[in-house]
Ligand binder design. Sequence first.
Ligand SMILES: *[C@@H]1O[C@H](CO)[C@@H](O)[C@H](O)[C@H]1NC(C)=O
Ligand SMILES: *[C@@H]1O[C@H](CO)[C@@H](O)[C@H](O)[C@H]1NC(C)=O
Ligand SMILES: [Fe+2]
Length: 444
Amino acid sequence: MAKCTKSLVMFPILLQTICFLLFPQPLMSQENNFVRQPASQLIITPHQRSNSEPQQVHISLVGKDKMRVSWITEDKETETMVEYGTKAGEYSEKTMGEHTSYQYFFYNSGKIHNAVIGPLEPNTTYFYRCGGLGPEFSFKTPPSKFPIEFVIVGDLGQTEWTASTLKHVDKSDYDVFLIPGDLSYADSQQPLWDSFGRLVEPYASKRPWMVTEGNHEIEIFPIIYPKGFEAYNTRWPMPFQESGSNSNLYYSFEVAGVHIIMLGSYADFSVESQQYEWLQLDLTKIDRVKTPWVITMVHAPWYTTNEAHQGEGESMRQAMEELLFKARVDLVFAGHVHAYERFTRIYNNKADSCGPMYVTIGDGGNREGLALRFKNPPSPLSLFREPSFGHGRLRILNETHAHWSWHRNNDKDAIVADGIWIESLSNLKACSETPNQQVAHQEL
Ligand SMILES: *[C@@H]1O[C@H](CO)[C@@H](O)[C@H](O)[C@H]1NC(C)=O
Ligand SMILES: *[C@@H]1O[C@H](CO)[C@@H](O)[C@H](O)[C@H]1NC(C)=O
Ligand SMILES: [Fe+2]
């Protein structure tokens, strides 16, 4: 319970005493079995603009050529409008959006604005302004074809380590930022969501940030907020309807020849669930000629040899692994465990050259510190493991080749701590038939 009492300092005593109800027990149960490196200082990022100016500006991809711009104003009168164009200070286009807000106990959010702009040209810089006032922002749209580069890192939080990760990421260019869960570590202290929004704005306003949920996004409170995800769903809306999903907790999207599936570790994933049904259908829609690469993100890892959070992703693995394997998913990225670990290609706990390569990249820099202890002896499936803060980069060069690299915060920018070339499974003849088809042949 140390986690609760520490994290709820800004909350009334009454809430602290019933804090244990806030966090589902299975998520906490492993916390005492491993040692973490001391976490660094929490950074509170203050609101320094006027109340009518936008804050916490971030962007996310919507469909083939649109971008959602999300921001918050303290002032309830500000317009939900984005002006944009390809020249600084000149806005040829203007789009109105929608606004909302939410309440969490005594906290009232600011006015949360969302506007979807486009169609936009690929690989192009746009300048924009929110609500007709405040600073000008700019972003670059992803390219429509290879090469494309993704930055991938989970469990960000808002500490000095987070700031160091983001600075390191920013040193070299990329197209899209992907987060496999655990963003702000607000853990029900709503002002920390605002602080996180301001911390990441310089990065999240200039490249699309595509996220899926982690356990720190849950924020369930029995009876009053039984479904949870109030802040997450309102502040970080993702394009789930576009992929036929009925929940912001799981969705897919496509960008430059890559089909990306964002799974929800904290939405029902059993074989009878809507998420399972959605995933099945989503996988049938993939055209490997159009998107030769298929990537999946999930929060709780299905494979990990760290002592932290052992077994937490296991029921989801049992439910969904076969679907991903048969669909020849290339890579599965997870967070949750605060360390870096790269596996070989796996299916059902065995090395399999037609299974996805698994990577845990939960080393963004949150307040809990690192998960230092790995199990010994090491599993032959685990090829590189290290508890250090850092981030990953997936550079997809063409339809067949990609390069994955891991960069420690403590290293110089150019240093690649771990790197490997990957070939798309869509290109490997030996994997071009699904196991079912192979069985059918044998029967013939
Ligand atoms: C994107 O634009 C840059 C600079 O204009 C160019 O060098 C690069 O080749 C473009 N990428 C794609 C995939 O078109
Ligand atoms: C893809 O990129 C790899 C690595 O640079 C290269 O060896 C390969 O020939 C390229 N394939 C195609 C089809 O361009
Ligand atoms: Fe987590």
